[in-house]
Design a protein around this ligand. Structure first.
Ligand SMILES: C[S@@+](CC[C@H](N)C(=O)[O-])C[C@H]1O[C@@H](n2cnc3c(N)ncnc32)[C@H](O)[C@@H]1O
Length: 331
């Protein structure tokens, strides 16, 4: 018997993306369709309506490449890896680095949509650039990634990008309203901005990495965003903050270091607007975003976006600026 997540058919694709994103989708079984509902097979229980029933065994080979590895490697090779365009990006720890060749060759052979495998050596520095070493296929880190109906092209060794944020970016685009003005303060190659501009918002995207500017322009163009709906500023946010306007929505996706910027960026938020702040939070830290908010601001929702390390998670905080209820009695 297998646990399944039951969702209405119209929400099935959204649920699938979410389950894939958090590795909860069990590839060994097929989805079951029943009277307007879809049951997605699970690796572990998630929030939502859970139905326990016989799984529909997949006749295809499992997408878990580890089943094709020699027995002694199956349980120590990494199960999870990211896919950016047609490139797999995998972390292999030092203890099993000697087996990186067989692991990456097996991964390549098991997935027809992958033509390169890059070893992920971690993200560093102000630009959050990922150090990558290509271990299978051409040493070319440029890829065309498809996400939420958008095309995103970039060199993943020169500008930050994480395919794991696809669901979060969709959540923000769904949340936003056409016509809003948006500040994407740490934009990278502009995956948030492009989605929001496509929805009909006007975006100002800022990033200090010159490669972010190059790929952002490419992405606005690729997705047919009109020039009047976006601008990109290649600068540190703190150097241009005095020249910026006010916004309905501000995205602060600099999760390793967002707090030094929160106070100044808060002053650019319109009444009733939202800041979406991302932060890596240690599990035993007892972090409370309220301790960092100016008066008149409150966090209305917080959620774990994805695990970051065994001890920490990336969290999203939706912060609003409430309109004062105090009446001006002089009027
Ligand atoms: C985690 S990445 C987020 C990129 C993008 N929002 C995304 O979802 O792919 C953080 C970005 O902030 C940029 N950055 C870091 N410090 C900055 C600063 N002080 N001002 C402007 N950009 C900054 C980095 O270059 C990097 O591209």
């Amino acid at each position: 018997m297998i646990k399944h997540l039951k969702v209405v058919e119209t929400e099935a694709q959204k649920a699938k993306l979410f389950l894939e994103d958090c590795n909860a989708l069990n590839d060994d079984f097929l989805p079951i369709k029943k009277a307007g509902f879809v049951l997605w097979p699970l690796n572990f229980e998630v929030k939502g309506e859970i139905v326990v029933c016989e799984g529909l065994s997949s006749n295809r080979l499992s997408r878990d490449y580890r089943l094709k590895l020699p027995l002694e490697l199956r349980n120590i090779a990494p199960r999870a890896f990211d896919i950016f365009g047609s490139m797999a990006i995998i972390k292999i720890n030092d203890e099993i680095m000697d087996f990186s060749d067989i692991i990456s060759k097996t991964l390549l052979a098991s997935n027809p949509n992958i033509d390169r495998v890059a070893l992920d050596m971690g993200v560093k520095g102000e630009f959050r650039i990922r150090k990558l070493v290509m271990i299978q296929g051409d040493s070319n880190f440029i890829g065309l990634h498809k996400e939420n109906g958008l095309k995103l092209k970039l060199d993943v060794s020169k500008v930050y990008f994480s395919p794991r944020l696809a669901m979060e970016r969709k959540r923000i685009v769904d949340y936003a309203v056409k016509g809003e003005s948006i500040l994407d303060a740490f934009a990278g190659a502009s995956p948030f901005s492009v989605g929001l501009a496509k929805k009909g918002c006007t975006v100002t995207s800022i990033d200090s990495n010159p490669e972010a500017e190059k790929w952002s322009h490419e992405n606005f163009k690729l997705n047919n965003i009109k020039k009047e709906n976006y601008e990109f500023i290649n600068s540190k946010i703190e150097d241009v903050i005095q020249d910026l306007g006010v916004y309905d929505r501000i995205i602060m996706n600099n999760p390793t270091n967002p707090l030094p910027y929160l106070e100044d960026l808060s002053s650019l938020l319109k009444p009733n607007g939202f800041i979406h702040l991302y932060k890596i939070v240690e599990k035993d830290e007892g972090f409370k975003v309220a301790n960092y908010l100016k008066s008149g601001f409150k966090s209305v929702s917080e959620r774990v976006v994805h695990p970051y390390s065994p001890q920490s998670s990336m969290m999203a905080f939706d912060i609003t600026r409430a309109v004062s209820n105090v009446r001006n009695t002089n009027q």
